[in-house]
Write a protein that binds this ligand. Structure first.
Ligand code: ZN
Length: 218
């Protein structure tokens, strides 16, 4: 695949071109335009998911298994103010996007199923969707989906009941009459949220929805 390969310049030259920084995982000093050292890059490459399609009402893919180093990076991105990790995640989602060879009219972030105040207004799925929209030249739609009621944290709800719990939690508008949309999320767990959002978008006139996520729990 060749994605995510580092530069092979000698270290002396790297030091001239790239500012000194530290690996986002191990803290080792690195001289490259990437957030991870080559050892940590290898570790996350081993956490890539098999390429099978997930989901029912909305089908899609996730890049990584939500484990160990990937879990650390996603938690850093979402809750520990490591927003620069967006570039790494968007590049990975972009890889999946290109493999799908599909065109979409719009990119839509999957909203959180419950009201949450992100640190300084940061919204992880919006940040990723914005990055992918820019990278692919596809219009971003950040306001099509709205939450109409709050839900309990899905972690507290048995897997089999999550779908019922979030059903009807979202509504959607579609003023530009889009038909093909790409949903973007950070973590795909049971798909309950993605499906509830998808249902609202289908009701608003969408005909085909696909999701891409950074990581999946299973
Ligand atoms: Zn490292």
């Amino acid at each position: 695949m060749g994605r995510g390969k580092g530069y092979t310049l000698p270290m002396e030259i790297k030091k001239l071109f790239f500012p000194r920084t530290v690996c986002a995982l191990c803290g080792q000093e690195i001289h490259q335009d990437a957030p991870l050292c080559s050892d940590c890059r290898k570790k996350i490459n081993q956490l890539r998911r098999p390429a099978e399609i997930m989901g029912d009402l909305v089908k899609g893919h996730a890049v990584f298994l939500y484990r160990s180093e990937i879990k650390t990076l996603i938690l850093d991105f979402k809750y520990r103010d490591q927003r620069h990790l967006k570039d790494l995640f968007v590049a990975e989602i972009l890889g999946l996007y290109e493999e799908m060879e599909m065109a979409f009219e719009t990119v839509i972030p999957v909203p959180d199923a419950r009201e949450r105040r992100w640190l300084r207004g940061f919204n992880p799925s919006l940040s990723l969707a914005r990055g992918l929209a820019k990278a692919t030249g596809t219009p971003l739609s950040e306001k099509l989906v709205t939450r109409v009621r709050n839900t309990r944290p899905l972690k507290e709800i048995p897997l089999a009941e999550r779908r019922d719990h979030v059903r009807g939690a979202f509504s959607a508008s579609n003023p530009r009459a889009f038909r093909r949309g790409l949903l973007i999320d950070d973590i795909y767990t049971t798909g309950a949220t993605v499906e509830a959002v998808g249902l609202a978008l289908y009701e608003a006139g969408f005909e085909e929805l696909v999701f891409l996520a950074v990581a999946s729990n299973y």
